[in-house]
Each structure stands twice: as structure tokens, then as C-alpha cells.
Design a binder for this molecule. Sequence first.
Ligand code: P6P
Length: 342
Amino acid sequence: MAKTFQTLGEFIIENQGDFQYSTGELSRLLSSIRLATKIVNHQVNKAGLVEDILGDVGEDNVQGEAQKKLDVFANETFIKALIQREVVCGIASEENEYFIPVTNGSNAHLSKYVVLIDPLDGSSNADVNVTVGTIFSIYRRVTEPGTPVTLEDFLQPGNKQVAAGYVVYGLSTMLVYTTGKGVNGFTLDPNLGIFYLSHPNMQFPEDGKIYSINEGNYVHFPQGVKDYLKYCQKSEGDRPYTSRYIGSLVSDFHRNMLKGGIYIYPSGTNNPHGKLRLLYECNPIAFIAEQAGGFASDGYKRIMDINPTELHQRVPFFCGSKNMVKDAEEFMAKYPEDNKNY
Ligand code: P6P
């Protein structure tokens, strides 16, 4: 993709008019995420050289997963950037058991936005120099401005998202986001510390040949997933599908959006509701997928129509090229007993 000379900052300002009653608050919010992204990127990119930033903290996070030092650094960085800019009234993070009400400063408690974030997705890859990412989701609060946020402000269905995005810290660092008017990708020029528009109006190919799933869990998969995998692997007609799985949702999703493909993390006997979290992984990625012409479901129901019940709720996740997700859903439909009926 050709690099344009439009910066992310210019793009945010130019498009803030897309919002009714825009006060520039969302622009300031996106700019605070941009700043935090640069800080995390700097640390991720030199992780192998910096004493004591890789490896485990020695504790588990709320998910029961070994917390990485980079997880803690990324989490603190994004939370500080959001709080200092006084642009949000509440934050929920994969790394924090409870949401964080933001009440300091003169405006924070009046801000109308809440942010949900996975600060460093795929962080177990960081120690082996494999791409990791950040995922964020932005909603308008539903409770009265000026009052402390409540859990209700966070437990909103994905179809209420105002904006969503991800950062992929790869060979180059990209920030990809949507505000409901399409999907645009920005690549960081590390020498200048500036994100440039490199992937305008990203489109998810309707079809693809890549499937991304951890086949090591095959014996635990629902029958519909097993049947779909066998369909992908049959050699009739076109070349069989290709399996590509990095173990980092952002990386697998980003590649599939560029080339066409499907990412699946299903429920299973070892993960009754799947592994991925609805609020700060599946919903933001689903919003981006649909804005680019793709689709996301839990195998039966559109992800963004699921009404959340818990902050760290997990759901099965089928996301990618529209026709591939529909094919997978046809196999799942043969086994209604596997429908979790949220
Ligand atoms: P598994 C990372 O922990 C993550 O949430 C996603 O980024 C990734 O796709 C998935 O889990 C990997 O899980 O069980 O295949 O190692």
C-alpha cells in the first residue's frame, strides 16, 4: 500500500465531524490511544534488549493467565494516557478484575465515553519475538454524566460501540480503527514517531482460503467445527485451504483481513464458552470486521448482538470473510445443542 502523507492526527480531526454534537472529545480520546500506542511500541520493539521487561511477573491476572511484565507495562501506559487526558469516565481492562471509574481532574467525570481494552493481546508470544497487539473498544456511557460510572456502562452489546481498533506490533506497527464509517489503517514511521494513512478504506475479501484455529484442541471441538475443518481440508476442486495460526488474535485477524480468511476460537470441552473475551477482544474485532465487509458470530449468533452479562465474559468466536463464516455457521447449525444461547 502506498504511504499517503496524511497523518493519523490529521485524519482524526478531519473526520470528527462524522459525529453528531462532536465536541472533539472522541478525537482527544483517539489521540490519547495514539500516544500510548507509541510508548508501548517503543518498549515492545526493544524488549529483547531491555533488562527485565520480558518474562512473567510471577502472578496470574484476573484471567488466571501468567501475567507478563509487558502486559503490566502496556496496561499501566494505556490507563495513564486515558486518565491524564481526562477524556474518559471509566476504563475496563483484561488485566483488571474490576472496571476503573475515572473521577480525577475537572472534566473526566463529565466525559461521555468508556473504554474497554486488551492492552497486550498475545503477550505470551512476546518472549519469543512473535507479533503481539492491543485491542480497544469505545462506548458512550449510558448512566448520567457527572455521576460515577457503573457496570451498566460497560455491559453494552457490541452494536452500541462508538469506535474500535487494534494495534499490531509487527515488522511495522499499525493502528487500524473504525468509528462506524469504514476501516482505515495507519503505519508508524518509527523515525518520526508519526502514524501515516497506509491502508485507506480496508475491505475484507468476501472469500478466502486461510483458516486460523488451534488444531491442538481438535478433540475438544464441537462436531460442527470438526466437520467444517474436514470441509476445508478436502482436496476437491480448488486448492485445499491453508492453515495459518500465529496464536495472536490481532495478527491472525489482520492477515486474514488483508488476504481473506477465517479465525475460529470455538467452545470446547476444555473451554465451555471459548477463550476469547466478548467485551475487549471479540466485539471490537467484530466491529472492524463488519465495517470492512466481513462478519463475526459465535457460530450461531452475530457477536455484536450478544447482550453481555459479565465484564470478562468469554464467547466462541468465528470471524473473517463473510462467506467463510457463513459456511462455518452452516456446519454449526447441524448441532443446535452446541448453541450456548447467551
Ligand atoms: P491458544 C492470546 O492469549 C489469545 O487471547 C489470542 O490472541 C490468541 O488467538 C489465542 O489467545 C491463542 O490461544 O489457546 O491457541 O494458545
